[in-house]
Design a protein around this ligand. Structure first.
Ligand code: SF4
Length: 416
């Protein structure tokens, strides 16, 4: 029986060079192949037109390029686009494209992207120079936001962590995605965007290519640490997509040993960390996120404090607001106490309902009061606008249902 062909999509740059060496090829040939597979995201060896025919035939005997199939595409009225993707072994996963690149941030002039840009106004002293303070009403004119497009990627099929508010949790754990399956979500999105007409809702509402990547789709990325780190290496390789590490955010539900590992490697990894906190005390967090029973809040925050942060970087705490569960003013007071010693910002996410969950969304007034309480205590806090909730693409709603969703005349559906 012949041995299976190597999937080039799964290989890092170094591994591609090593693979090329096994075929008797020079390292520069490995670079050439890597550029085709990850820079140009081709789907077959045949497309590598600067390799001669003989070499392509030899390579094709030993290697292949696996790709995800787009099984279903849904477009929200706000331009958010959800893709249901199918792996080679028939597993389903979802990825979401969010125009404006703010992952739904409202009122937020300093999201992950903006933090990386020195032109942003800043109230701190930097390099011994006092910054110019720009009046709020002039900020937009002087620092217009470039159009952005954030991609929310999945790291696993399903999830093992069983957070009670999350639709993905109801699927249970399927399997880890490979590095190739993680990066291919970005390639599928880029190829799709490239072919969109100028009047497409996603194109009209945001940038024409992916500007930010957040690992907040299906799965706990730190539960699939090795493949996620390999995917980061591939996506940020100068001969691949050359994606900026500062525009990538990993989100965790609180796997303490993996956060500690991340802390040890953060200086090299250079990506942002978001922690899904969602409660101000262990009693409520135990209920919402069973992982808390193993790694309670104090332990979690101790691990987060170990993550080295340079002067422009902060940890993001995500806090899903559930009516009557964790949205009282006392919760805001306790939350501020918990996180105030950590350079951070807090993203409040008013609950996005889905039929698999008993929770309710708080009123706008309650959300505002919670935000104001945190702000009064000196925290940078933003409310995430709900994006794509009409197509179940908002935070906590991804479930890669096997059957197409109920048809909604306002939501164009495209099944492939
Ligand atoms: S919120 Fe994240 S970690 Fe929790 S079950 Fe859902 S996908 Fe998993």
């Amino acid at each position: 029986m012949s041995s299976p062909r190597t999937n080039l999509r799964d290989l890092t740059h170094e591994e591609t060079r090593a693979f090329a060496a096994t075929l008797g090829l020079e390292p520069w040939r490995g670079d050439q192949i890597f550029r085709w597979v990850h820079g140009r995201a081709v789907d077959s060896v045949e497309e590598m037109t600067d390799l001669n025919k003989k070499l392509r035939a030899e390579l094709g005997e030993q290697a292949e390029i696996a790709r995800l199939g787009i099984d279903l595409e849904q477009i929200s009225r706000d331009g958010t686009r959800k893709l249901r993707l199918k792996t080679a072994d028939g597993r389903m996963l979802e990825t979401v494209l969010i125009p404006d690149g703010d992952a739904g941030a409202e009122d937020d002039a300093t999201d992950e992207t903006a933090e990386a840009e020195p032109a942003e106004p800043d109230s701190e002293f930097r390099g011994g120079r006092k910054p110019v303070v720009v009046p709020e009403h002039l900020q937009h004119a002087l620092f217009p936001q470039r159009p952005k497009l954030t991609q929310c990627v999945s790291s696993q099929v399903g999830c093992a962590l069983d957070c009670t508010f999350c639709a993905t949790a109801k699927l249970g754990f399927g399997r880890n995605l490979t590095a190739g399956e993680i990066v291919d979500q970005v390639y599928r999105a880029e190829i799709l965007l490239r072919d969109l007409p100028a009047d497409d809702p996603t194109r009209r509402a945001g940038a024409s290519h992916i500007t930010n990547i957040v690992f907040m789709g299906m799965g706990e990325p730190l539960h699939n640490y090795a493949n996620v780190v390999r995917a980061l290496g591939i996506l940020t390789d100068p001969m691949g997509q050359d994606f900026s590490r500062r525009r990538i955010t990993l989100s965790t539900a609180g796997l303490v040993p993996a956060i500690e590992k991340f802390a040890g490697e953060a200086t090299a990894l250079q990506v942002n960390l978001a922690v899904s906190l969602n409660a101000s005390n262990d009693r409520v967090r135990d209920e919402l996120m069973p992982i808390n029973k193993k790694y309670p809040i104090a332990r979690l925050l101790e691990a987060v404090r170990k993550v080295p942060l340079d002067r422009r970087r902060r940890v993001t705490f995500e806090y899903v607001l559930l009516d009557g569960v964790n949205d009282a003013i006392e919760d805001a007071v306790a939350l501020a106490k918990l996180v105030r010693s950590i350079p951070c910002k807090v993203n409040l996410i008013p609950w996005n309902p889905h039929p698999l969950s008993p929770y309710r969304r708080p009123t706008d007034a309650r959300v505002k009061a919670f935000q104001e309480e945190l702000r009064a205590r000196g925290l940078a806090v933003y409310v995430r606008r709900s994006r794509g909730d009409d197509i179940d693409a908002a935070c906590g709603q991804l479930a890669a249902k096997a059957a197409p969703p109920t048809e909604n005349p306002l939501v164009p559906l495209r099944t492939r």
